[in-house]
Design a protein. Sequence first.
Length: 100
Amino acid sequence: DGGERVHRSRESDTDTTAKEQKNGEMKNDIDEKSAAKKLEKLEKENNAQIALVEQHKKIAEDVLKSAEIKLHSARRRKGISMNKAAYNKGKIDSKAIDLN
């Protein structure tokens, strides 16, 4: 009687282990499937964003073309020369002015 219980518990342990392995494999399959779905969704969103940006560029080009506006690089601005002595004298003189 006691030997049968040990034998049955060993069988149930092997059955449980096999079931756990099967469940683990099923979870891995589910995880892989959900990961693949998420990846596919992200790829679709990325492609939609790229298409949207391309469409905006095309619209901007069409608007500029229809208005006959040509874009070009502007000339580089020249720096202004500053007379530091005159600047400092102006700061001192401005302290003497009463605005109230």
